[in-house]
Design a protein around this ligand. Structure first.
Ligand SMILES: NC(=O)C1=CN([C@@H]2O[C@H](COP(=O)(O)OP(=O)(O)OC[C@H]3O[C@@H](n4cnc5c(N)ncnc54)[C@H](O)[C@@H]3O)[C@@H](O)[C@H]2O)C=CC1
Ligand SMILES: O=C(O)/C=C/C=C(\O)C(=O)O
Length: 488
């Protein structure tokens, strides 16, 4: 149901306007938000332009001095209150997100939305632990402080909308910055709910602004705005190039978390059932996970047995409505994404690949979980990020070959190694080019650790102190032991 400025999704009222300077602001035009589950219209969302971008940055700029001067303990208290609000509305956020992007409700309930709250709690607590380091040089004190940088523009994708947005919003606010958040146009709703939650938690007007619209319109206006002091972007490589070009004009510092084509290396000495579990896990969120290990690299001697067990496990996956607790794989996010995924698969099949599992569309926006064999290292399907439930399988004869194949793309976001040999694990992980490497596990990580990608998978790292390195202007104040009136 939708009226002019509010839509109701699964019983939850969501404001479809921007949130700028503590007020709801409409745009002259709207765009239609559609659910990938069944094509239902979820709402008419404000389609922001350069004017709303300018208003949001102006609001963030005006609110900056007050928020930057707010004591750390008070900033942390408010961020914990935001986390409380997320937890209170967890069920609402979970169902709205599922209707909006089609990811599993059970994942939103049990993993994703708790992580959203944790993002706020973690950075609130980390802020309070962040030291002011002092160094002494011939009696001169070098005092290093973490100064807030100014208004930050945060641009996020649709595959894990609120989780990836708050991974940026929380440290940016903790650092004392103000924020303009632009969520993806395919999943705009939970960002609007976050604005409500933040206001209820007592975040002052203008400290968090949320604008809606298309990347090429309002997104571009935000990233080229001269008053913006940080841009953090998660999304695709082509968009990152455009944003980096906009940022270059103003020399705005940039953090980029981009795509991947990560490998899962399965050695013959691995626990094969565990390795198969790890491989099947890559279909989570219908494969729309930047970290997904979509290239299965399996040692020749166990490849047939691995494939047999994989096919058996994959054939038992339940595909269907993501609101159903029994569902393992929901729809992909948008008809354009479905076309893109199927295009990759059909071109690979035409080039000689074999679909051991899937390889076709199903009804609606559902794509059969797919495993392709007979693929060459330099083929499109092995080199390009598909961002769908599509895995490839290649074999290797030696550890050397495994590492060469694993590192043989232009990406470097993540890698997973399945092995029963600790020494091999140490040897191989040391040689992999990736921001995160998992051994006999996947996806679990500590927010104190750095997160980001090498090569075309990104620029910079966020997480723990690395987030504050990015969102702060670090300052070194050197004070001499002389010149003060009270000094003898
Ligand atoms: N490394 C990481 O942590 C993650 C990376 N991703 C990557 O994101 C991609 C999927 O997300 P998509 O939404 O399709 O990416 P996308 O790059 O098309 O869009 C991401 C965001 O950028 C905005 N945007 C588009 N053009 C823009 C412009 N010219 N200026 C400013 N903003 C603009 C969009 O509106 C959206 O909010 C995949 O490639 C995936 O690997 C996704 C999740 C996590
Ligand atoms: O921050 C994390 O640990 C996970 C990030 C997840 C994604 O980037 C994703 O779902 O694509």
């Amino acid at each position: 149901m939708t009226d002019t400025h509010t839509t109701t999704v699964a019983g939850v009222a969501v404001d479809t306007r921007h949130w700028i300077g503590g007020e709801r602001v409409a745009s002259a035009e709207t765009f239609t938000d559609v659910s990938p589950i069944d094509g239902a219209v979820l709402g008419e969302i404000a389609r922001g332009t350069a004017a709303e971008a300018a208003a949001a940055v102006a609001a963030a700029k005006a609110a900056f001095p007050g928020w930057a001067a707010t004591p750390r303990a008070e900033r942390a208290r408010i961020l914990h209150a935001v986390a409380d609000g997320v937890e209170k509305r967890l069920e609402e956020l979970a169902i709205v997100e599922t209707c909006d992007n089609g990811a599993l409700l059970r994942s939103h309930r049990r993993g994703v939305m708790p992580r959203v709250a944790h993002n706020f709690r973690f950075f609130a607590d980390w802020l309070l632990k962040l030291g002011h380091e002092d160094f002494d040089t011939r009696g001169h004190t070098n005092h290093v402080s973490w100064d807030p940088a100014g208004p930050c523009v945060l641009i996020t994708p649709w595959n894990a909308p609120l989780m990836l947005a708050t991974w940026k919003v929380a440290p940016a606010l903790a650092a004392g910055n103000t924020v303009v958040l632009k969520p993806a146009e395919w999943s705009p709703l939970t960002a609007s709910l976050l604005a409500d939650i933040a206001a209820e938690a007592g975040l002052p007007a203008g400290v968090l602004n949320v604008v809606q619209g298309y990347g090429a319109e309002i997104g571009d206006a935000l990233t080229s705005h001269p008053d913006v002091r940080r841009i953090s972007f998660t999304g695709s490589v082509p968009t990152a190039r455009r944003i980096a070009a906009s940022a270059a004009a103003n020399l705005t510092p940039l953090s980029l978390e981009l795509g991947g084509k990560s490998p899962l290396l399965v050695f013959a000495d691995a626990d094969l059932d565990l390795a198969v579990d790890l491989a099947v896990e890559q279909y989570d969120n219908a494969g729309q996970v930047c970290l997904a290990a979509t290239r299965l690299l399996v040692e020749e001697s166990v490849a047939d047995e691995f494939t047999r067990r994989f096919v058996d496990r994959a054939s038992r996956l339940v595909q269907g409505d993501p609101r159903d607790e029994a569902t393992d794989i929901g729809p992909v996010v948008h008809p354009r994404q479905l076309e893109r995924i199927d295009g990759f698969v059909q071109r690979a099949l035409a080039a000689g690949a074999r679909a051991v599992v899937g390889g076709r569309r199903k009804e609606g926006l559902y794509y059969a979980p797919t495993l392709l064999t007979g693929v060459a290292q330099d083929s499109e399907i092995v080199q390009e990020e598909v961002f769908g439930p599509v895995l490839t399988l290649q074999t290797f004869a030696t550890e050397e070959e495994a590492v060469r194949l694993a590192n043989g793309t232009r990406y470097g976001l993540a890698a997973t190694v399945a092995t029963g040999d600790r020494e091999r694990a140490a040897r191989v992980t040391a040689r992999l080019v990736a921001g995160t490497v998992w051994v006999n596990c996947f996806f679990v990580r500590d927010l104190r650790a750095p997160f980001g990608g090498s090569r075309e998978s990104g620029m910079g790292r966020e997480g723990g102190t690395w987030s504050f390195d990015f969102y702060c202007d670090l300052k070194n104040t050197v004070t001499a032991p002389k010149g003060f009136k009270d000094h003898g």
